[in-house]
Write a protein that binds this ligand. Structure first.
Ligand SMILES: O=P(O)(O)OC[C@H]1O[C@H](O[C@H]2O[C@H](CO)[C@@H](O)[C@H](O)[C@H]2O)[C@H](O)[C@@H](O)[C@@H]1O
Length: 257
């Protein structure tokens, strides 16, 4: 992997970015640090300010695993595009297909209540997101056995979901639901942008990285797991530095990092 702040990374970014680039960001672990409770995320004001400026200069998108309404309430800025549920919610032109997903997810929620009786779901948080759902086990008294119980329950769901593991979470999506990679490609089409910068930290972001699309500049946050991304931002705390660099590049055509 190539460090984004290395000479090679800076030079690649400078060569890639132009006035018609779409800048797309994951939320948890990327724009905000990971915290123990999903409801407790807080976006740093320097990151917020950086996104406001970037959005005034270029097309921006947030593509998150959260629901759109949840993400919108927490961002403090308005990107041109806000896609939720790992790519399944809010992609322009895909509203009808997305509505089909709601029934499947509601059926899983009902089944899980039976598959995971109260004593087996202690400490497990079911995050209802409409088009997908997330089962968090970070706060279970024994996270490993809670995770095992979750996996057994997920195997019994009908229809079978697509399972995407995350940070102390299992995310369930209907098979065939658009993922983050498909969402980003669709945003490229509708925005008229010629290429896209994308940064994310988690397994769900690999759907973008694995596209291996030359129109996409793929950046992974953190080097703690295998990734198909070519570039690395070592620490989430460096996000405001990165936003400054992108803004400078758009304004002056030079990358200061
Ligand atoms: O695609 P993302 O924007 O990165 O969303 C992925 C999931 O993020 C959230 O869960 C994760 O972050 C929480 C807050 O830091 C943390 O407590 C949890 O352990 C992480 O898994 C969110 O709650 C999920 O809905 C997203 O799918």
């Amino acid at each position: 992997m190539i460090g984004l702040f290395s000479a090679e990374g800076r030079s690649a970014l400078r060569a890639f970015v132009n006035a018609h680039t779409l800048f797309a960001f994951d939320l948890d672990g990327t724009l905000v640090p990971i915290v123990a409770n999903p409801a407790d995320i807080r976006i740093d004001t320097t990151v917020q300010d950086g996104m406001v400026v970037l959005t005034s200069l270029a097309a921006t998108a947030v593509i998150t695993g959260r629901s759109r309404s949840d993400a919108a309430a927490r961002l403090g800025f308005t990107p041109r595009y806000l896609v939720g549920n790992h790519g399944a919610e809010g992609v322009p032109g895909q509203e009808a297909e997305s509505r089909e997903l709601l029934r499947t997810v509601a059926a899983w929620e009902r089944q899980l209540l039976t598959l995971l009786p109260p004593q087996r779901r202690a400490g497990i948080l079911l995050e209802r997101k409409g088009y997908s759902l997330s089962l968090h086990y970070r706060h279970a008294p024994e996270p490993r056995s809670a995770h095992a119980a979750l996996l057994a329950a997920i195997t019994a769901l009908t229809p079978p979901p697509r399972r995407v593991a995350g940070k102390c979470v299992e995310n369930l999506l209907p098979l065939g639901a658009p993922h983050k990679g498909e969402a980003l490609v669709r945003l490229l089409d509708v925005s008229g942008c010629v290429n896209a910068f994308f940064i994310g930290d988690d397994e769900t972001d690999e759907d973008v990285f694995r596209l291996n699309d030359p129109r996409i500049f793929p950046v992974c946050v953190g080097a703690d797991r295998a990734t198909a991304a070519r570039y690395l931002l070592e620490r989430q705390e460096d996000m405001s530095l990165l936003l400054n660099a992108l803004v400078t590049l758009l304004r002056d055509g030079a990358v200061e990092m």
